[in-house]
Write a protein that binds this ligand. Structure first.
Ligand code: NAP
Length: 275
């Protein structure tokens, strides 16, 4: 049980993030969800309370495609709560047409990678104060390719698939390097590939992708199992820097573990988010 533990879940208004929020609420954690649509956020809050009988559910406005909104959320959260035991960076988007975030940055890179990078960085002080604490980042089996340092925002030859894959590789590199930086400090950092699940993820990625998720995807409840496990199980309390699939560590090939690439990406990211 997670009584007294405070958990933030971004991207909990839909799909696997929502199932994770329901699962952790059943374990009696205090759940904080972020939303870009306040009505939707409150609907989900009521659904969680009705389904789990856990009334410790908070909703905060946060558009993850806006650095200002992320900064405002972190400030408001820290004013109200003084501890954070689990941060789950669930937010994700995938679209086939290039568009930009509120800060004028390619939206998939900004939302799937820079948003978790900034939010985690801004909350790290309260996370460290709350140790033992856990950070969980969402990646995907589609994390292939490399970081396209020459054109990280795909200003030329944009491909929604390449941008998505790069964002999920970036999350893995961020997870590995942050885990190293936090070694021995009581905070674990791991990433999860939830597996293809029936969610809204493909909704802006063309008819084929939309149908692919609906037809081939598993129940998002199943997709949520590994995140719930990582957030709550004693078995993983000391495991950090790993990539999990179906509640098991999966070894990544060397090309995805290159710490020089991870450091270069980190430096670029701090400039993007102005840390
Ligand atoms: N589904 C899969 O097969 C699959 C496979 C591998 C990895 N994943 C990863 O799992 C995570 C969850 O995805 P999902 O499949 O559950 O998709 P989903 O149903 O589309 O959920 C995505 C969540 O992210 C939120 N979001 C997107 N852009 C946002 C923004 N700018 N500001 C605030 N919130 C925003 C959405 O909010 P709204 O409700 O407002 O849209 C929603 O809560 C993602 O990181 C995804 O990459 C999914």
């Amino acid at each position: 049980m997670l009584n007294g533990k405070i958990v933030i879940i971004t991207g909990a208004t839909s799909g696997i993030g929502k199932e994770t929020a329901l699962g952790l609420a059943k374990l009696s954690a205090t759940i904080i969800i972020t939303t870009r649509d306040d009505n939707r956020g409150n609907e989900i809050k009521n659904e969680i309370i009705q389904t789990t009988d856990n009334k410790n559910i908070g909703v905060f406005h946060c558009d993850l495609a806006s650095f200002e909104s992320i900064r405002n959320f972190c400030r408001k959260f820290k004013t109200k709560y003084h501890q954070l035991h689990v941060l789950i960076n669930y937010v994700g988007t995938w679209h086939f047409k290039r568009r930009e975030s509120k800060d004028g940055i390619e939206n998939i890179f900004a939302t799937n990678y820079l948003a978790p990078f900034l939010m985690t960085s801004l909350l790290l002080d309260v996370i460290q104060k709350s140790k033992p604490a856990r950070i969980i980042n969402l990646t995907s089996g589609l994390h292939y390719g490399t970081i396209n340092f020459d054109d990280i925002e795909f200003k030329h030859n944009f491909s929604g698939m390449k941008a998505y894959s790069q964002s999920k590789l970036a999350i893995i590199l961020f997870t590995r390097l942050l885990a190293k930086k936090l070694e021995g400090k009581g905070v674990t950092v791991n990433c999860v590939n939830p597996g293809m699940s029936k969610t809204n993820l493909g909704r802006d990625a063309g008819t084929f992708s939309r149908n692919m998720f609906k037809i081939l995807g598993k129940d998002p409840k199943k997709g949520a199992e590994t995140s719930i496990y990582l957030a709550s199980s004693k078995e993983v309390e000391n495991i950090t820097g790993e990539y999990f699939v179906k509640k098991k560590i999966k070894k990544l090939s060397k090309e995805f573990l290159n710490m020089e690439v991870a450091k270069k990406l980190w430096n670029i990211s701090t400039k993007y988010v102005k840390l």
